[in-house]
Design a protein around this ligand. Sequence first.
Ligand SMILES: Nc1ncnc2c1ncn2[C@@H]1O[C@H](COP(=O)(O)OP(=O)(O)OP(=O)(O)O)[C@@H](O)[C@H]1O
Ligand SMILES: [Mg+2]
Length: 198
Amino acid sequence: MKLIGLTGGIASGKSTAAAILRRLGAQVIDADALAREIVQPHQPAWEEIVETFGKDVLQADDTLDRKKLRTMVFANPEVRKQLEAITHPKIRRLAQQKIANCAAAGVSLVVYEAPLFFETNIHRWLRPVILVACDTMTQRHRLQQRDNLTQSEIEEHLGAQMSLEEKRKLADHIIENNGSLADLEKKVEALVKTILAT
Ligand SMILES: Nc1ncnc2c1ncn2[C@@H]1O[C@H](COP(=O)(O)OP(=O)(O)OP(=O)(O)O)[C@@H](O)[C@H]1O
Ligand SMILES: [Mg+2]
């Protein structure tokens, strides 16, 4: 089984690249989906979050009030740390479990898509890692278009991440995603061929 990591800054095109990889036959494991899974009502991360922050962070149906948590996180770095200390190890364990399941099932190509790849040191145990990069103008434009964010919300999101320069140094392969979808497709296909050949 070949295992590849996939990361990139917010709205840089990770999920779009992941969709292309799926079409090429890869089994994609999405860290964002795992993060949502572990905080479902009465799952371990949910329990710990409620213990730590109180029932104020729940909505009427017991699901997490993500908007409220996001506001708390952006207002207080300590909250982010506490939340990450609860969720990151659980996301990692679940990812490793899913990767092991893929191996056992005889899947030939697995991609682990994670936005905080380097921040959470996944590159220490999973390589090679592909960085999807795009210039800041393009990134802001895509973020604004997709999520309809205000200027200050965009700054908050961009400011919370490791700089692209740092990520470039840590990546094994970089896909520049400033062009069209067709360009991205071609680049992903070519890179997968290269990786599978090595
Ligand atoms: N090459 C491209 N051409 C045009 N639009 C693109 C291209 N790549 C990505 N996009 C668009 O940019 C937006 C962000 O892309 P995508 O959702 O794949 O990014 P992401 O890195 O997964 O973001 P997030 O960090 O929020 O999960 C989407 O609306 C997507 O359709
Ligand atoms: Mg995405």
